[in-house]
Design a protein around this ligand. Structure first.
Ligand code: HPA
Length: 246
């Protein structure tokens, strides 16, 4: 059976319905991962869960050890990753509390350790990254949403910013001109590292707020929490059906 992992972001520090079987505390050649890798059963299927920001949520987006996280999952035999992350909505279809399955990425992050391919263990290799997400996993997620009767947006370009601050209104205007529909802080280098190690990777973007400058006034944590609450409930439903179909 193909081994599946779920990486949980803000609002998903633990998988409520996961029946825990074991915890692996790994040390990796790249240092410590964000948290223990939790193997459990979800909807009668085995999955491995990792809290991207640690449990409790303490690791800022730019401090996440993405290489240790992805290397650890590969070491445990994972072949498929579903990455869940909270994002801001930039374009019209990306309504707060709503879910999108992005199909493209623009990376604005910097100074992150972003590749395995730089030493004798992994000699320099230029992976193809034209289509950063697994089309196969995206299709199953889209089918799962239809089956669960959850209204999602089927495509979108994810712009990855450095964080931890949110963006300025001008930055979002520029990102929109560039073609971004969504903005988040953790999609890269995670997606590229998974591809470097030959794993299928797709993302579920849970929209927490309108991005900076898209509404009058400031973005509040209360608004983010309220939208994430609704969005994460739908995401949990989506994951359950996804697991049934995968
Ligand atoms: N910007 C970047 N990351 C985010 C946002 C945002 O507006 N909302 C949730 N994660």
């Amino acid at each position: 059976m193909t081994k599946l992992a779920i990486i949980g972001g803000t609002g998903l520090t633990q998988l409520g319905d996961l029946i825990i079987i074991k915890r692996d505390k790994l040390t990796t050649p790249y240092g410590a991962p964000s948290a223990d890798f939790i193997t459990g059963e979800l909807n009668q299927k085995e999955v491995i869960f990792l809290a991207r920001h640690g449990n409790p949520h303490t690791i800022a987006p730019h401090k996440i050890n993405y290489r240790a996280n992805i290397w650890g999952l590969k070491h445990l035999g994972v072949e498929q990753i579903i990455a869940v992350a909270a994002v801001g909505g930039i374009t019209e279809a990306m309504l707060p509390a709503h879910i999108a399955i992005p199909d493209q990425i623009i990376d604005y992050s910097h100074s992150r350790l972003h590749t395995f391919f730089e030493d004798e263990n992994y000699p320099v290799t230029h992976i193809d990254f034209s289509y950063p997400y697994s089309q196969k996993l995206r299709s199953i997620l889209i089918a799962a949403a239809a089956k669960a009767n959850i209204n999602i947006t089927l495509i979108g370009t994810y712009g990855c910013t450095q964080g931890p601050r949110l963006e300025t209104a001008a930055e979002i205007k520029r990102m929109e001109k560039d073609g971004c529909d969504l903005v988040g802080m953790t999609g890269m280098p995670e997606a590229a590292l998974a591809k470097e190690l030959g794993m299928d990777y797709a993302a579920i973007s849970v929209i927490a707020n309108w991005a900076a400058g898209k509404t009058a006034g400031e973005i509040t944590m209360a608004e983010i929490e309220q939208n994430l609450h609704i969005g994460m409930d739908n995401m949990a439903q989506l994951l359950k059906v996804f697991i049934e179909l995968a």
